[in-house]
Design a protein around this ligand. Structure first.
Ligand code: MN
Length: 746
């Protein structure tokens, strides 16, 4: 009976190549079940990426000469090649000279794929749509068969779909293996960072000594109550999982639990990368199963660990893979490194284990434990482990490691587990080799003005010192215009997975999306430039900050004129200001960059979003009552008539306004510009505030007139009381009447 692997086997000699030969087994699977995918980077005669999808007991395979691209504009040629055995997905190594496909192979990415529709039908029809969930590749993709063939081989195109968070221009994928962390070139050369780390350990004086099982016992943390900062301390994130000691010896991996039980068979997806490490080692870390929100899911880990049948384990390893966060090193290349200071051990460890994949290096921050604790709390993680940077690795409990759990809101500490740890992106030290390149900078984004993408990116970089105070710690919503203001645009809240490590994010539950979204936080000019280079024109910001998302810093009344004359906007803005003064509240205006004005009142985190909205509504209704002929709070367009709409509904959890200094996607490239009240007069022409003049203006003004909104903390109780009295005395009746009219006017 012909086998789908006949062609594969015919090309290879099992005595001469380390590649697997495996049987083709036809398992019974639901058509849309998640299945294994792998991408191998292969330095054969010509470099290519082998894209392989498990289906019907084999890996369907395509050779992609240029590799996958996250840019939907890139159509990557994919030549159909012979099916490979499923075990091939774990193959990384050198195919010796003289063999078919001789050269180095690394596992460039790996994970689960899920067909959209019937995959057999899709393949037969020549259009296969599928979802990928790997370490590098995500989201929806398509393989489309072309009419062309090459040497009898069918040609396809591999395409990334538009419109998900993983689609974007450029080639931002990391190039190293998700198994061993090695670059293809390192594997081909037989020499890389790991081998150099062994020599470095030798230079540091680590003795050559084999560690027995008894020697290799785990170091434990002591409990400690409060977070702290301290020079000479390293702070790691602690995750809910199981502590595991892993030994790699002669291309065999063993995983041992805290109690010394062998857990190797439970987590094949962790054992395999350890086997592919180029040198022997003993490492210490925590195994977790990450939930869809990116947080460790202890229940899922427990369920995983109860599986006994190898077939169930193999399935789970694809559908819910575990991740082993490695935070310490006991032995390396036959050397006992336990006596080296922790900081040195981690440096060696960072050269040994990958940053991406099922086995990952767990990073740390130096000295700034309180910042990390705040970050960990905001992300809903278990806590922080503080470790003395100069401490050796010693079995048993030690005060050189301190376990600092996050306080829960009920005042109890989270359950104390053993030290665990990936450092979230947010807490990674912000100094990596950064490079923010402008891609397609010559693209004209504002055709009437000749303003290019490069101009916009350069503007954001230059305005950063003025803009960043308003962005700090605030979740952002981007509006991307990849082809400029006349092209298509889309909102983006969720930061793509392929963002650079130094881009900070905050994870926020989205009820609309039904899942958690990682929102960008921008700390510096590089981050701002990187965001602009995504094709972002306007940036919108939350009124509240990560760590205090429930507490807005300002209340905004948005004056939206539509067809009303701008002088009416000015009159209403001044009325809002006068009312605020009467109530003892500061207020600050800015142009929206569209046709209207924003008036912001500082709250100093004293109100909830709902209370802020009530304050906005009371202000708006009071002014509406005062200027009923030109002002309205009626939302429906017909009810507004020619009046200016006072919108207080932009106050609320997750609501945003255009950030100060943000560019708006309108001809002239207007910029939302902070104003002094003395400028808010009938002569104000907000269209003058554009990308061309914004930087000069910001520099000329001695101080930013809007900046006090970030620090103001007025007496809101007194203000609300005055407002209540005022409305009860006179305005309320009128306000209610006009609101009623507003609602019923057609
Ligand atoms: Mn190949």
């Amino acid at each position: 009976m012909p086998d789908r692997l006949d062609s594969y086997r015919a090309k290879r000699d099992p005595g001469r190549t380390p590649e697997p030969f495996g049987p083709a087994e036809e398992g019974v699977r639901a058509l849309d079940a998640p299945r294994l995918f792998v991408v191998q980077k292969h330095a054969a005669r010509r470099l290519h990426w082998d894209f392989r999808l498990e289906l019907g007991g084999t890996l369907r395979s395509w050779a992609v000469p240029k590799g996958p691209s996250a840019d939907p504009a890139d159509k990557r040629m994919a030549v159909e090649v012979e099916d490979h055995p499923v075990e091939y997905a774990g193959f990384e190594g050198l195919i010796p000279a003289g063999n078919y496909g001789a050269g180095a192979v690394i596992v460039w990415d790996r994970g689960a794929w899920r067909p959209v529709g019937d995959p057999y039908e899709g393949l037969a029809r020549g259009k296969l749509v599928f979802q990928l969930s790997g370490y590098k590749l995500h989201g929806e993709w398509t393989l489309v068969r072309t009419r062309m063939a090459q040497g009898g081989k069918q040609q396809w195109l591999l395409l990334k779909h538009r419109g998900d968070a993983w689609a974007g221009p450029g080639r931002p994928f990391a190039e190293e293996s998700v198994l061993s962390g090695r670059l293809l070139e390192e594997l081909a050369a037989g020499e890389g960072r790991a081998e150099r780390a062994v020599r470095e350990a030798e230079r540091l004086g680590a003795p050559r000594r084999a560690l027995s099982r008894g020697d290799a016992r785990l170091m434990r943390a002591e409990p400690r109550g409060a977070p702290f900062d301290g020079e000479g301390w390293l702070f790691e994130v602690k995750y809910d999982g199981y502590r595991l000691l892993a030994r790699r010896e002669g291309a065999r991996a063993t995983l041992l639990t805290l109690r010394g039980e062998d857990a190797t068979a439970l987590y094949p997806e962790i054992a395999r990368p350890l086997e592919t490490l180029p040198v022997d080692a003993i490492v210490d870390g925590e195994v977790v199963v990450l939930g869809p929100d990116g947080r460790p899911d202890l229940d899922a880990l427990e369920a995983r660990s109860r599986l006994a049948r190898p077939a169930d384990v193999a399935r789970a390893a694809i559908e819910r893979p575990a991740t082993y966060f490695v935070f310490d090193l006991l032995a390396l290349g036959g050397l006992d490194v336990r006596a080296l200071p922790l900081a040195e051990r981690k440096r060696l460890l960072a050269d040994l284990v990958p940053r991406l994949g099922a086995v990952r290096y767990a990073d740390h921050v130096e000295a700034r434990g309180e910042d990390l604790q705040r970050e960990v709390r905001a992300r809903g993680l278990a806590g922080v482990v503080a470790k003395r940077a100069d401490a050796p690795y010693r079995a048993g409990r030690s005060s050189a490691w301190l376990d600092i759990p996050v306080e829960r809101s009920d005042g109890h500490a989270a359950a104390t587990h053993d030290a665990s740890p990936p450092v979230p992106r947010a807490a990674r030290p912000a100094r990596p080799a950064r490079e923010v390149k402008v891609t397609n900078g010559e693209k004209v984004w504002f055709p009437a003005d000749g303003i290019t993408k490069a101009d916009v990116v350069a503007y954001y970089r230059a305005i950063a010192p003025f803009m960043l105070p308003y962005l700090k710690d605030r979740p952002l919503v981007l509006t991307r215009y990849p082809d400029g203001i006349d092209g298509k645009s889309f909102f983006q809240k969720d930061a793509p997975r392929w963002r650079p490590e130094w881009m900070r994010t905050v994870r926020i539950r989205s009820e609309d999306a039904g899942r958690d979204l990682d929102h960008f936080l921008v700390d510096d000019a590089d981050g701002l430039a990187w965001i602009a280079n995504l094709g972002t024109i306007p940036l919108h910001v939350w009124s509240s900050r990560a760590g205090a998302l429930e507490r807005p810093d300002w209340c905004v009344v948005d004056l939206d004129p539509k067809e009303a004359p701008f002088e009416h906007v000015v009159r209403i803005a001044r009325a809002v200001r006068a009312l605020c003064e009467e109530l003892g509240l500061p207020s600050y205006p800015k142009t929206t960059g569209q046709k209207g004005l924003h008036v912001l009142v500082p709250l100093g985190g004293q109100l909830t979003h709902a209370q802020s909205r009530t304050l906005g509504e009371l202000l708006a209704r009071a002014v509406e009552a005062e200027l009923p002929e030109i002002a309205t709070t009626a939302r429906a367009l017909p009810a507004r008539g020619e009046r200016v709409y006072l919108d207080y509904l932009q106050n609320g959890y997750g609501k945003t306004i255009a950030a100060p200094y943000a560019v708006r996607p309108r001809p002239g490239a207007p910029v939302s510009t902070p104003l002094r009240w003395s400028e808010v007069t009938a002569r104000l022409d907000s269209s003058r505030f554009t990308i061309r003049g914004a930087l000069g203006r910001a520099r000329r003004l001695r101080s930013d007139p809007l900046l006090p909104v970030l620090s103001g903390k007025p007496d809101l109780m007194a203000a609300l009381e005055r407002l209540r009295v005022r409305m009860a005395a006179s305005g309320a009746g009128r306000a209610r009447k006009s609101a009623r009219e507003g609602r019923t006017t057609r």
